[in-house]
Ligand binder design. Structure first.
Ligand SMILES: [Fe+2]
Length: 163
């Protein structure tokens, strides 16, 4: 299936207690184990839009620095473009199953390095180079309807798109 262009929504202003939790994620961007422990306790509030054949991006918090906490709701078989990320990127599967193809950017173009599957409760964490948006290049496919939590050190839409 070809990739889709996801719509981005901004979730309504969360209650103070939830804001504190969301700030905790952003403050923990350099600490993978802390991010993971926060994620296992995290229960997202609210309904996130269903995007047929695609996924919706729901921004829960955005800092002046651009750092953000986002929930993605995936339809089965939704595919992202191949894309890079800001310096720090954390993705935690709340529900469902995501496949991720990781690529290396080489002189010969993009080379597939590995394909991994992440189930509920599993995560990826990538610490790359500051100021670059081609870190941790991958493509994500939702193998089932899924929900995932994303924490980025900058607006993920600044990530370099390859397809
Ligand atoms: Fe990504």
């Amino acid at each position: 299936m070809s990739s889709c262009i996801a719509k981005t929504y901004t979730a309504p202003n969360p209650p103070e207690a939830e804001k504190k939790v969301l700030r905790g994620f952003i403050d923990s961007l350099t600490n993978e184990s802390r991010l993971l422990s926060l994620s296992t306790q995290f229960q997202p509030q609210g309904d996130f839009p269903h995007a047929p054949h695609c996924y919706s991006r729901n921004i829960l918090m955005r800092m002046e620095s651009g750092a953000e906490v986002m929930i993605a709701r995936w339809d089965q078989d939704a595919v992202t473009p191949i894309h890079g990320h800001p310096q720090f990127a954390f993705v935690y599967v709340l529900q469902g199953q995501l496949q991720m193809e990781h690529y290396h950017d080489t002189d010969q173009g993009l080379l597939l390095a590995e394909t991994i599957i992440k189930n509920k409760g599993q995560h990826i964490y990538a610490a790359g180079i500051a100021g670059r948006y081609d870190n941790a290049i991958h493509r994500v496919t939702a193998l089932t309807p899924s929900l995932s939590l994303h924490v980025y050190s900058d607006d993920a839409l600044k990530g370099k798109f390859f397809s």
